[in-house]
Design a protein around this ligand. Structure first.
Ligand code: SF4
Length: 250
């Protein structure tokens, strides 16, 4: 029997963005002193954090290897109970031993909200660079937030996880976004749609998949020290981890 997992909506709002990280993303601007730049960046970052309401949605599926030539002549992974097929070696290598995977879609906010705030905050190209850096960082953080939540859910099921894989990485085709959008209902839930070239509208949207593995795949260890989800990790916050140190996973 195919188990149907629920679709989960997730609020990725955040209180603040660290100006130091955004400044690291900007090209040096000699016309502004370091302190003045920090104040300027902080102002735009604070407004972005206050005004944007990033949201995401995820759903668990059970992947399986496609084994029906001649239909599937390349390595491919199918999601049980759906028409979704992942193509390419990158995703095949990630998911061929996974028992579950999570599809996720995230968006920063609507184009209207983003454009309105841009108009209010940006008076020159440099302001626009700062604004773009803040938007990109917020989207990435929202995706990290939902990824941390997926890892928490996996751990509850005593499953190990891998890094988030997004369309466009390795040989995973960009048009995989179309299927992730469909199976996470991201159009209805988040208001995202895709152009004929699979470009998202709102542009600041992101799609991905995270593999989940049973304890036979314990070798896929993560490390808290270099984990990009650690700021949002509720597992580590209670003194545990997701990567199975002795005693953590039975
Ligand atoms: S911070 Fe550690 S426990 Fe948390 S998701 Fe990352 S690797 Fe896992």
């Amino acid at each position: 029997m195919v188990v149907q997992h629920p679709l989960i909506e997730f609020d990725c709002s955040m209180d603040s963005l660290e100006p130091a990280v955004i400044m690291g993303l900007l090209k040096k601007n000699d016309s502004l002193q370091e302190e003045a730049l920090k104040i300027h960046v902080s102002y735009i970052a604070d407004e972005c954090a206050k005004r944007f309401k990033p949201r995401g949605v995820y759903k668990l599926f059970n992947p399986t290897i496609c084994t029906l030539p001649p239909t599937y002549t390349e390595p491919a992974i199918k999601l049980v109970g759906t028409m979704m097929v992942f193509k390419g070696k990158t995703v095949y290598d990630r998911l061929k031993r996974a028992t579950h995977c999570a599809l996720l879609s995230v968006t920063l906010d609507s184009e209207t909200v983003i454009d309105t705030l841009r108009e209010q905050l940006c008076y020159n190209d440099f302001d626009s660079h700062i604004f773009d850096a803040c938007c990109a960082m917020m989207l990435e953080r929202a995706a990290d937030m939902i990824s941390a939540e997926i890892i928490r859910v996996a751990r509850e099921k005593t499953l190990y996880t891998d890094e988030r894989l997004c369309p466009g990485e390795g040989d995973l085709p960009l048009n995989t976004r179309d299927q992730i959008l469909f199976y996470t209902q991201a159009e209805k839930r988040l208001g995202i749609h895709l152009t004929s070239e699979s470009e998202p509208v709102p542009r600041l949207s992101l799609f991905g998949v995270i593999g989940m593995y049973d304890k036979t795949q314990k070798g896929r260890r993560r490390a808290c020290g270099r984990c990009k989800y650690r700021d949002y990790c509720s597992i580590r916050a209670v003194g545990m981890n997701c990567h199975g140190d002795k005693g953590s996973f039975k």
